[in-house]
Design a protein around this ligand. Sequence first.
Ligand code: HEM
Length: 483
Amino acid sequence: MDNPPDHAAPAAGGEIPPRPDAMQVGACPFTRFVRTRRSWLDQMSERAYGMLMGEVRTPFTRLFMPNEPSLVRRVLVDDRAAFPKDRNYWSLLDPLTGESILNSDGAAWERQRRMIDPAFEQARLKLVFPIMADAAQGMLGRVAAAAAGDGRLIVDAETTHITADIILRALISLPMGDDEARKLYDDFHIYTRSLPAQTTLALSRVPRWLGWPLLFGRGRRAARRIRHRLEAHVRPRYAAHRAGTPGPEQDILAGLLDAVDPADGSRFTLSEVVDHLAMLFLAGHETSAAALAWAVHLIATHPEAQERMVAEIAAEVGDGPIGFADIKRLRYVMAVFRETLRLYPPVGSLPRAAAAATEMRGKTIAPGCPVLVSPWLIQRHRRLWDRPDHFDPGRFLAGGEAEDKTNAYLPFGMGPRVCIGMAFALQEAVLLLALLVRRFRIAPEPGHRPYPVGRLTIRTRDPLPVRVAERGPLPAPAAAHSP
Ligand code: HEM
């Protein structure tokens, strides 16, 4: 059934990006256990990348992974009421996000989505753009300091810093230099560190009465502190807004305060606003930070792609400020980021649960069983993509392979629950990558090859170093070839 593994083949135009070692068929349960604890990606055998419907048996449940595009569409779009969000998994976010749009379902979700959508419309994104551009100056300063020093930059630390900075400024106009922002950031990391282990337990349906939730009290306490801090920040603005004297801020909080449900005229309560800010902080930077770190690694290891980005930037924007309208002209930079999201989708699986007994490709799925749609498997699937493990941004240019991959490319999910922050994330990524490669030449750290692990998002196992050096003047636009 499988094509031969192609990750061993020689790379065309650069090395084959890192992928996890495949689990050996017939591995003993102890090996499986150790590998799964390390990262859920390590559970995947080579066969998993060629299966149209996967199944994993655990002592407490059977877990299904539909990879065939028509099944993906069935779960996320056509028959989505039969596959609601898996409460066992998504309730792990309750301590931080309450019942927010990310983990709610049914009528509650529909109301939330109606109300939040306007805060992410194009017009708002335009308002957020200068906030991103301003924060990006901080990133350039930090990378310049690394270049002026020993040239070594820990990429994932930087992408986490800049995306947290951007999201806090975009949400509540709070720059990361602020002590308050730093405390939010630190507590956030305590909380998220506790999630991967809880995820494995929840998806395997290990009963909560065995007491495992007690092991994660530190994370829950951090979540409570984050909510208190956000509430202290929101309360005065909430009161002023409801009293008819809103402040001048143009941030997403302003959008949430303005939000009115068109169906019944209701507004968010204070606690709902806090739920959503906490959720947007979580959803809005961990994902982008993971993807950007992989993008920088891919650019470093594919110098021809890096030079093509620089040529495009020189031709389309030159060395002046990159504006809102420039983003859509940087098509190759966008293609590099989209290809990064194919190879390293930050959200590697979308957990749903079967609402009632059902059947898929001859397998009977009992009510309550987890059904995981996995962008990680689908986007590297042997039958769905040509040379699936290779880095080839050309797939995402006009006429490229990705044009007919509607149900096989879903880094932002699909259907009505598609990521609300997709345009925000793409705008942010193109801006940051363009600013970075325009000014710095990025090279891999000799002897270092990152290893992908599935944690809260798909990250590198160890901190990811690269080498950075100032590039000097851009090539003259006439000499630059615009792709
Ligand atoms: C590269 C960056 C990002 C990736 C890969 C990503 C990925 C995703 C995915 C896969 C989903 C669907 C989850 C599911 O169906 O179970 C999702 C939902 C969501 N994302 Fe993102 N996201 C990114 C950035 C952002 C940003 C920047 C924000 C906000 C500022 C955001 C806010 C949300 C929200 C609110 C939802 C829930 C939507 C709903 O259920 O109606 N995301 N995201």
